[in-house]
Design a protein around this ligand. Structure first.
Ligand SMILES: [Zn+2]
Length: 585
């Protein structure tokens, strides 16, 4: 008898946490050590990359090629500098004065692009020849990592967490040709609890395991935990809050030995609101508690990762299909982000409500206000402080002067230092302090609102994606390269035509998020996603002739004279492409 393979599915649940109930310096210390361990790994990686490059560059052909490319790059840099100078002189960004430079740079960039496949080939050849030496380097790297975690002073679950992130990051860095970055410690960080062998939700709630447990409490007890402020119960039957659970989450932060050599386990407790129930049938594999700095405060949350047995998903309407064209266009009532055609009714649209759009624009405005305010603060301050300033204050002041870009944090630092010198220009200090506080208030508002609005936009996309993927068994998307749309330069070095205003609307729409959610939700409903690389936008759906590229949402076909909405036309073309295949079956 054929055995049906067990099908496993990940279930992720995230909950907000209140401030920990028994936080202390030792926990902060562990976050610090984790951050330090990360930086050690980055150092190891950088050394490894340097040694690696030395081996590769020892080859004459590679070295010669590198020099050749570097020469061109230096030349490009020199041209760019001259162009900057010309721009300054003519007080204008573009014109006849930049034309020669633009053309020269375009040509040079083309040369670099032509050389890069050859360079790649040469390096590959050396890699094959120097296998042994490179293998040794890899061995050394692994040993360095091992020594680093042994010396890290961290508990296994915590150092494993950092190593896992390091391994993911280095693979990505190698692929994209970037370097790992050092992290500055600002109090942010997290604790991961890996549950070996997994744990059921029942076991999690039973409190039998030290690694992680949740003790459920009633609402009154919970209110006491959070400082005795009992809020009026909103738990009327049937309301959204009715199903809420209140509890205390306890996790192991680390284990060690006390002075007497006795095993000791440090637990950290949080009040947690389970706004949706934990998946009872699933197995808990890991949980991660994260502490994130928001302005001057910290925000906490926990993410549970479960696995769940599941039958392979079959869509309820495998025969229904649609074409979806993603795009952005301001319309009445909001921002149109998708056009859907299913062959039956008229094309429909997904429109992001105007409220969300307006708030997102407001958030951008806040950012601009913070920038203006910071610039003004700098300008004002530079006029106030005189030569008699105490030495350490003068130093901070000098660094402020040298800074290329005004930054609120630097201004705050200046005010902070100033507060230690009460006698120095007290009136001015008071004003500076006031300015700093206003800026901070605005920053906090910006950060909170931005977080909130991005979540709201994502929620909106998640729900719409769910509806679509439940309705249609087959979905056809345009294979437009979202990454290409994000770059400001074409492959040949020319800037893309996207107007700044269009770019702005595109950022508001963030249709890549919608696309991601359509893919994610389809995995849950069993809908099939097809991406087609057809000229959906440039073919008239009525007569099939090619339409010239142009601007504007409504286009006219010169062959048959029909006018149509360009996104609707594309959605129809996408639908048709798949329906032809379906009919052939
Ligand atoms: Zn036509």
């Amino acid at each position: 008898m054929a055995r049906i393979d067990e099908f496993k599915r990940f279930v992720i649940r995230q909950y907000g946490l209140l401030e920990p109930l028994n936080w202390d310096q030792d926990c902060a210390e562990h976050l610090y050590l984790k951050n330090k361990f990360w930086n050690t790994l980055v150092e190891i990686e950088r050394d490894h990359r340097t040694a690696y490059r030395i081996v590769i560059d020892a080859d004459e052909a590679v070295a010669e090629m590198n020099l050749k490319i570097q020469d061109i790059k230096d030349y490009i840099f020199a041209q760019d500098e001259q162009r900057k100078e010309a721009r300054k002189q003519h007080r204008s960004k573009k014109g006849s004065h930049t034309k020669a430079f633009d053309e020269k740079m375009k040509e040079l960039k083309g040369q670099v692009r032509e050389l890069s496949p050859q360079a790649k080939e040469l390096r590959q050849k050396v890699r094959d020849q120097a296998k042994e030496a490179l293998g040794q380097l890899e061995q050394q790297r692994k040993e360095a990592v091992k020594k680093a975690y042994q010396d890290s002073g961290l508990w296994w679950s915590n150092y494993n967490d950092v190593i896992d992130r390091y391994n993911t990051a280095r693979v990505r860095a190698m692929k994209t040709g970037t370097e790992l970055k050092f992290h500055r410690f600002d109090g942010s960080g997290g604790f991961r609890c890996q549950i070996q062998g997994g744990m059921t939700v029942e076991e999690l709630l039973s409190g039998r395991y030290n690694i992680a447990q949740i003790r459920m409490v009633d609402q009154g007890c919970f209110a006491e935990l959070r400082g005795g402020l009992e809020r009026k119960s909103k738990q009327s039957y049937g309301s959204r809050n009715y199903k809420r659970g209140y509890g205390v989450l306890s996790i192991t932060v680390y284990t060690d030995k006390d002075e007497g050599g006795k095993h000791r386990r440090r637990m950290l407790d949080f009040a947690i609101i389970l706004h949706r129930p934990l998946p009872v049938e699933a197995t808990l594999k890991e949980l991660r508690v994260v502490r994130k700095r928001i302005g001057t405060d910290f925000r906490w949350d926990v993410t549970f990762t479960f696995t769940e047995k599941a039958a392979p998903i079959v869509h309820t309407h495998p025969e229904k299909f649609c074409g979806i064209k993603l795009g952005w266009k301001a319309v009445k009532g909001g921002l149109r982000v998708a056009t859907i055609f299913d062959g039956e009714s008229k094309p429909s649209h997904i429109v992001m409500p105007q409220v969300i759009v307006d708030k997102l624009i407001y958030v951008e405005g806040l950012r601009a206000r913070i920038d203006t305010m910071t610039n003004e603060n700098y300008e004002w301050l530079l006029k106030q402080v005189n030569e008699e300033a105490p030495k350490s204050l003068a130093e901070v002041f000098e660094s402020l002067k040298r800074a290329k870009h005004p930054h609120p944090a630097k201004f705050a630092k200046m005010v902070g230092t100033w507060s230690n010198f009460e006698g120095y220009l007290p009136d001015v200090f008071e004003k500076a302090d006031l300015r700093q506080k206003m800026c901070r208030r605005l920053s906090l508002e910006h950060q909170n609102l931005r977080d909130k609005m991005l979540r709201r936009r994502e929620d909106f996309y998640r729900c719409r994606a769910k509806e679509i993927t439940e309705e249609f068994g087959v979905i056809v998307l345009d294979k437009m390269d979202l990454r290409w749309m994000a770059t400001r330069e074409k492959a040949n070095g020319e800037p893309t035509e996207l107007h700044p205003k269009a770019r702005h609307t595109r950022n508001l729409a963030a249709i890549s998020v919608l696309r991601e959610w359509i893919v994610k939700q389809s995995a849950k409903t069993g809908a099939q996603i097809n991406t087609l690389n057809i000229a959906s936008s440039t073919i008239c759906h009525k007569c099939g002739s090619k339409v010239k590229a142009g601007s504007g949402i409504v286009r006219s076909c010169l062959s048959c004279g029909t006018s149509w909405d360009k996104d609707e036309n594309a959605a129809i073309n996408l639908w048709r492409a798949i329906s032809q295949v379906a009919n052939l079956k």
